[in-house]
Structures are given as structure tokens and as C-alpha cells.
Design a protein around this ligand. Structure first.
Ligand code: PMP
Length: 304
């Protein structure tokens, strides 16, 4: 993730200069992964910059914190207002936003009750980087975090070690991204994207019970597909369902909707497939405010 520094970061209620947004090395969340995060994006629209599905991202942050029993000192409305203030202060027309809250400096040891929560929002420029070719995926030797070990529906910092191990293994082996399976061998998701398969015109994606994050882009794609009249199913998939699919794609806030060209060196013959292309186009139009039915997902940044 290339990062272009911005002017300020919102930290516990104040806008502070980028390089002054720092924490102590004995921050609890650094040692034990006791934090929650969100990745959200601001897109250019005809009416100025707007945040895509801001309230949904902040509600997921709140749910994640609840699952970890991490006290979140700010509500969704306060964080939404802070987000808009930050984007305006940085003058971003489009950017990636990282909301996060973690246990800070207080005590060392696993007890979560003696460290205060630190809450921050950072934003940085984000150039659209359309994939120049369909992705090559490899099934990871790492299983997705088991729902009874850490809750996958919580977008928490610690569990990302699972994603980082899987991503590293895949890229070291020359692939673009890892596909993670759940403990029972069913398909879960990629290291930072949800996965979809299309066969005979039906669009399928694994549920949260397979250890997948409840992706906001996944939800967006399901809504877009329904608008196109495509049959959708959220259900358990085998890796052979992907091998045998007509089309496979992955999606996430950072990635957008990206076609998959092969899994474990088995080519997906049509990549990028027709439905993938239609959904990717509709997604791009929706985030830029070009689909009236989905403008409700955009929160204008406001200001000049
Ligand atoms: N799965 C994982 C593990 C992720 O990190 C992400 C990115 N947040 C996604 C799926 C996609 O989620 P979203 O569409 O909400 O960005």
C-alpha cells in the first residue's frame, strides 16, 4: 500500500500533524493485537468528494469493538463528523481512510481493563490502480482463523497475522493473493478480500460462518447483482466450486471488484468474465455516485 502523507491525523478528538500522531512502545495493542479497524474510501463524485458507506463501516467498527469488549469512547455519529472534518482538513478529493481504536499505554499484561482506548482516523491519497490482468490465487497452507478462536466478524488487528502469513506465503510463491480455507476445508476468503464464484449465471459467496469477514463490498456486490436480476446465494463453497467456476472474482474496499484468472494454476477460462465485468463497472459507477439508486451510500464530505 503506497502511502502519500497527508497534513493531519485525527487522534482522540483533535487534529494533529501527521508525524505527531504517535504512541508509546508499550502500547497494549502493539503487543497483543487488541484493536479494531476499518478501511473506507472517499471517491470523487459529480457533487464533490463523498465517503462510501461511511455509517456501515463505522457500525462494523462498533460491532468489532463490542466483540472484543474494547471500550469505544466515540459513537458512530461523532466518528462520522470527525471523518468529514479530517477529509476536509487534508483537502482530499479521494482517499483511503483508516479508522482504528486500540488499547493504549497503561499496563503490560493481557488484562484488557487497565489500558485506555486510543481512537484515531487517518486518510491518505489513494490512486486507482486497476489490475492489469486477472489475479493468480493460491490456496494457503494457513487456515482462516477459526470462529471459535477469534471472531472473524470482528475486524480486529491481531487476527490480521493470519492474513499476513497467508499473503506472504502466496506472494513468495509468485502468486498475487492467497485463498484461505476454513478449518473444515470450505472456502473462507482471501487475505483482504471476499471471494465470489459464478456458475451457470448464479453468483455465490461464502458466509461469515466460513470465517469470512462480513465485507461491505461483498454486501454491495450482492445488492448490485440483485439489481441486475442475477441469482445470488450466500452459502458454503468447496475449493472445487472455484476450480469449476465459469468466473471467480474477489472484492474489498481497497481492491474494488477484481477478476481472478487462476486458482492453484487451474485457469478460469473466461477471466475476466462477463458478469464480473458488469459488476465491476456497476461498482465503479456506484462509488462515484453515478447510480441514482445507490447514492444513499455516499456521504458528501462537504466544505469547499
Ligand atoms: N476480508 C478481509 C479479511 C478483509 O480484510 C477485507 C478488507 N476489509 C475484506 C474481506 C473486504 O471487506 P470490505 O469490503 O468491507 O472492505
Amino acid at each position: 500500500m503506497a502511502m502519500t502523507e497527508a497534513g493531519t491525523i485525527w487522534l482522540d478528538g483533535a487534529l494533529v500533524p501527521w508525524h505527531e500522531a504517535q504512541v508509546h512502545v508499550l502500547t497494549h495493542g502493539l503487543h497483543y493485537g487488541t484493536g479494531v479497524l476499518e478501511g473506507t474510501r472517499v471517491f470523487e463524485t459529480a457533487d464533490g468528494p463523498a465517503v462510501f458507506r461511511l455509517a456501515d463501516h463505522l457500525r462494523r467498527l462498533e460491532r468489532s469493538a463490542r466483540m472484543l469488549r474494547l471500550p469505544l469512547p466515540y459513537g458512530v455519529d461523532e466518528l462520522a463528523a470527525a471523518t468529514l472534518e479530517l477529509v476536509r482538513a487534508n483537502g482530499h478529493r479521494s482517499c483511503y481512510l483508516r479508522h482504528f481504536a486500540f488499547l493504549g499505554y497503561g499496563s503490560m499484561g493481557l488484562d484488557m481493563r487497565s489500558s485506555p482506548t486510543v481512537t484515531a482516523i487517518a486518510g491518505w491519497e489513494w490512486a486507482e490502480q486497476p489490475a492489469d490482468r486477472p489475479l493468480r490465487l493460491k490456496t494457503s497452507s494457513w487456515r482462516r482463523n477459526d470462529p471459535n478462536s477469534v471472531p472473524p466478524a470482528a475486524k480486529a488487528t491481531g487476527p490480521y497475522l493470519n492474513s499476513a502469513l497467508a499473503r506472504r506465503e502466496a506472494t513468495d510463491a509468485g502468486y498475487d493473493e492467497a485463498l484461505l480455507l476454513a478449518a473444515d476445508g470450505s472456502v473462507s476468503e482471501c487475505s483482504a478480500e471476499n471471494v465470489f464464484a459464478v456458475r451457470d449465471g448464479v453468483l455465490r459467496t461464502p458466509p461469515a460462518s466460513a470465517g469470512a469477514l462480513e465485507g461491505i463490498t461483498q454486501d454491495t456486490v450482492l445488492a448490485l447483482a440483485r439489481k441486475l436480476g442475477v441469482a445470488v446465494r450466500v452459502e458454503s463453497l468447496l475449493r472445487s466450486d472455484l476450480y469449476a467456476a465459469d468466473e471467480v472474482f474477489v472484492c474489498g474496499t481497497a481492491a474494488g471488484v477484481v477478476p481472478v484468472g487462476s486458482l492453484d494454476d487451474r485457469e478460469i477460462p473466461s477471466a475476466p468474465g462477463d458478469l464480473t465485468k458488469r459488476l465491476a463497472d456497476l461498482y465503479r459507477a456506484a462509488v462515484h455516485g453515478e447510480v441514482p439508486a445507490f447514492r444513499r451510500w455516499l456521504t458528501p464530505v462537504g466544505g469547499s
